[in-house]
Design a protein around this ligand. Structure first.
Ligand SMILES: CC(C)(COP(=O)(O)OP(=O)(O)OC[C@H]1O[C@@H](n2cnc3c(N)ncnc32)[C@H](O)[C@@H]1OP(=O)(O)O)[C@@H](O)C(=O)NCCC(=O)NCCS
Length: 176
């Protein structure tokens, strides 16, 4: 079946849809994220409203005639040195996976990172997450040596992947 979907940056008024999909993601795939459902269920409305203001948040929407459903989420967050941004909260609804929605969401974050002159986009992922690692490698991310405990479950570790961006914002070719 042909699917009709698009990726859009979340404006201030979109915070509810963002919150609802983020909570769904944390419930569905807890080991994919450094945060947890319990932690974020306790967030105040102000905190949810602040997220799309402080970070570049994107939702993928599927339209089915008149009805629209949020089916995927990703965000680009600032890192302290200003040269780097981090890809966080990437999630696609299981019924819409392997349809290039994840690739489109990460590409939207990459476009934002390029437009804001970041030199690198980083992402943290657990070693068993073949889908996310496959997606990052497909887009040119490479593993750095960095490993850290997953904050939501310190028995698990997560690996850092990075995509270097040159001055013009184009991905820097990596040696093979
Ligand atoms: C990771 C995730 C976002 C991928 O989303 P998706 O929409 O299914 O991915 P896409 O269809 O855009 O796939 C893009 C590429 O990723 C890779 N990929 C996707 N699913 C894969 C899988 N199950 N195994 C291996 N590689 C996979 C492929 O290289 C694919 O490119 P190709 O189809 O041209 O070969 C999705 O599986 C998900 O939400 N997982 C749970 C949450 C999560 O792990 N988030 C990341 C936290 S670090």
């Amino acid at each position: 079946m042909a699917r009709n979907w698009r990726v859009e940056r979340v404006e201030d008024a979109g915070w509810r849809a963002l919150r609802d999909l983020r909570l769904t993601a944390l419930q569905a795939d807890p080991s994919a994220f450094g945060s947890s459902l319990d932690r974020e269920l306790a967030f105040s409305e102000d905190r949810w409203r602040e997220w799309p203001q402080a970070s570049a948040c994107f939702l993928a929407w599927e339209s089915d005639g008149g009805a629209e459903q949020a089916i995927g989420l990703a965000a680009g967050a600032d890192r302290e040195d200003g040269a780097e941004a981090e890809l966080v909260a990437l999630w696609v609804d299981p019924e819409h996976r392997e349809l290039a929605v994840g690739k489109a969401l990460v590409s939207a974050v990459l476009d934002w990172a390029r437009a804001s002159h970041r030199r690198r986009l980083s992402a943290w992922v657990t070693p068993g997450n073949a889908a996310a690692i496959g997606l990052y490698e497909r887009l040119g991310f490479v593993a750095t040596a960095a490993v850290r405990p997953l904050p939501s479950d310190p028995q698990l570790s997560e690996l850092e992947y990075q995509l270097p961006l040159d001055e013009s914002g184009a991905p820097v070719p990596t040696a093979r």
